[in-house]
Design a protein around this ligand. Structure first.
Ligand SMILES: NC(=O)C1=CN([C@@H]2O[C@H](COP(=O)(O)OP(=O)(O)OC[C@H]3O[C@@H](n4cnc5c(N)ncnc54)[C@H](O)[C@@H]3O)[C@@H](O)[C@H]2O)[C@@H](O)CC1
Ligand SMILES: [K+]
Length: 483
């Protein structure tokens, strides 16, 4: 599991730790870890050593620049040629600059000449104190660094990304690797910032001792998902493995029903009951489906419901909401959803909106959801008393229980932005709900498997929702077979 804390929590923990330690110890720990990571990267490149390597530091006005300067001093002592580009001359971390100069480093005469010749660039422009993207004066230097042949290592965070939300509102400097300190921050787990960070290395600076026990954010990794995937036992029959009811599709959108059933069957449901007008299309593709044309309440016993994909104005949502089993509500099922009825439910509810649907549920513009995804998903979960999965380049899942961390999904791929892929996801998560996973686990495990299936299906070329569904077994096997 990767866990992350908000910027406010990190700052409070750092203050507490700093009070216990002599001045500058934390920054020295950070710089030592950063220098060691840079030395590793230099050893992997020709000529394979630190001695003689050309290192450029991009130094902003805060402590992030201080980390870069001290790490630069350490590399200079090992024989690297280190030049600092001061983006805010006069405001650079003074003791750090003194240390660099004492170690034989220098201030670069021309930032563009320096970056053009660099083997490695250390980006210390901004860390958790950065706001609003790179400033205009930093942009050409950052572009030159990225355009050079150098390896770019971000200090704590790629400069320009929003540490607390993972948003990239202006220009940011894309890194090959990021060295962060004490704990991951939300930007390391949430796209697009996560993608800007490259490979992330966490350096221990002793912060664990003062951080709260429950993080704000967590991201399941392969091993966590493997532990949560349901496995049938000798005693399992189709009912114990879970019967999933799906209320989806309409005369206009029969395909959504087929895709939801496809996701459900690959998600391990013992049986799938389909309720709605697209039964013929479903049976033609999946003859194992139990089809029912009446209202959901009359369809027979299920362990969970999925309602909404491609439903149009077909009825059925109310029956599912009124049931006493877990319910996943997606797409058209979310339109005009009655918050009081959802809150009154006795069994878990999982709502799975994309940003537009979430905005409608919250009564705010879509852009507001997009720019504050973490708070939006929390707010929705609180308002509906339900677990909420907010789809996006990084899917987030929040439980209504605020003591539970929000889960960020680590496996997305832009190729998943294809029609019907959400229908497959609904069926898949519904199967996991029917198998007895909590709504938080069903949502986050479903998103993880779905994301990996998307990557396997695409492999760098366009894929379809059917392709994603067909790749779910391969993703499942990959996860279950261990690291
Ligand atoms: N507090 C601590 O105990 C530790 C902090 N560390 C480092 O300190 C960093 C935080 O330092 P700071 O709080 O000084 O903050 P930063 O160094 O992230 O940035 C703050 C400075 O950048 C300027 N700034 C803000 N947005 C900018 C933008 N878009 N473009 C250019 N400049 C911008 C601000 O005016 C301010 O001077 C962490 O990210 C980490 O790298 C580490 O040394 C570990 C220990
Ligand atoms: K940085």
């Amino acid at each position: 599991m990767r866990t992350a804390y908000s910027v406010e929590t990190v700052r409070a923990a750092e203050r507490e730790l700093m009070d216990r330690l002599p001045d500058g110890v934390l920054m020295q720990r950070a710089a030592a870890g950063l220098a060691a990571a840079c030395a590793d990267l230099l050893r992997r490149r020709a000529p394979g050593r630190v001695y003689g390597a050309r290192v450029v530091l991009l130094v902003g006005s805060g402590d992030n620049g201080g980390d870069a300067l001290y790490a630069g001093a350490r590399l200079a002592r090992r024989g690297a040629g280190v030049a600092a580009v001061l983006l805010a001359p006069g405001r650079a971390h003074a003791p750090g600059l003194t240390a660099l100069l004492a170690a034989g480093g220098r201030v670069a005469d021309d930032p563009f000449d320096a970056t053009a010749a660099a083997d490695l660039v250390i980006d210390g422009i901004t860390g958790i104190g950065g706001r609003g993207g790179l400033r205009p004066d930093a942009v050409p230097v950052a572009r030159a660094a990225r355009g050079s042949g150098a390896v770019v290592v971000a200090v704590d965070l790629p400069s320009g990304v929003e540490a607390g939300s993972g948003e990239v509102v202006g220009e940011a400097l894309r890194a090959d690797a990021t060295v962060t300190f004490g704990t991951y921050k939300p930007a390391h787990l949430i796209d697009p910032a996560r993608e800007y960070a490259g490979a992330v290395r966490l350096v221990d600076i002793g912060l664990g001792a003062v951080l709260p026990s429950v993080p704000e954010l967590e991201a399941l990794q392969h091993a966590d998902v493997a532990r949560l995937l349901p496995v049938p036992t000798g005693e399992s029959d189709k009912y114990r493995r879970g019967v999933l009811g799906i209320v989806a599709g309409s005369a206009r959108y029969p395909g959504a029903a087929v895709l939801a059933v496809a996701g459900a069957l690959r998600g391990g449901a013992g049986a799938v009951r389909y309720v709605g007008p697209a039964g013929d299309a479903v049976i033609a593709r999946f003859p194992e489906t139990l089809v029912h044309t009446g209202p959901p309440a009359k369809a027979g016993r299920v362990q969970a419901w999925v309602v909404g994909p491609g439903l149009g104005d077909e009825p059925g949502v109310r029956d599912a909401v009124a049931s006493d089993v877990p319910v996943l509500i997606d797409a058209d099922g979310l339109r005009g959803l009655d918050a009081a009825a959802v809150r009154a439910r006795t069994a878990p509810t999982l709502l799975t909106p994309h940003a537009g649907e979430a905005a409608a549920l919250l009564g705010i513009p879509r852009e507001e959801v997009e720019s504050a995804r973490l708070t939006s998903v929390r707010e929705l979960a609180a308002r509906y008393g339900a677990t909420v999965l907010l789809k996006g380049s990084t899917t987030l899942v929040a439980s209504p229980d605020t003591s539970e961390p929000v889960r960020a999904n680590a496996t997305g791929t832009p190729w998943l932005a294809t029609a019907g892929s959400g229908d497959v996801l609904s069926g898949l998560m519904g199967s996991l709900l029917a198998a007895g996973l909590t709504a938080l686990d069903a949502g986050s495990v479903g998103a993880y498997v779905h994301g990996l299936a998307g990557r396997l299906a695409a492999r760098g070329a366009p894929t379809s929702a059917e392709g994603v569904a067909a790749s779910v077994p391969a993703a499942w096997r990959d996860i279950a077979s261990g690291p």
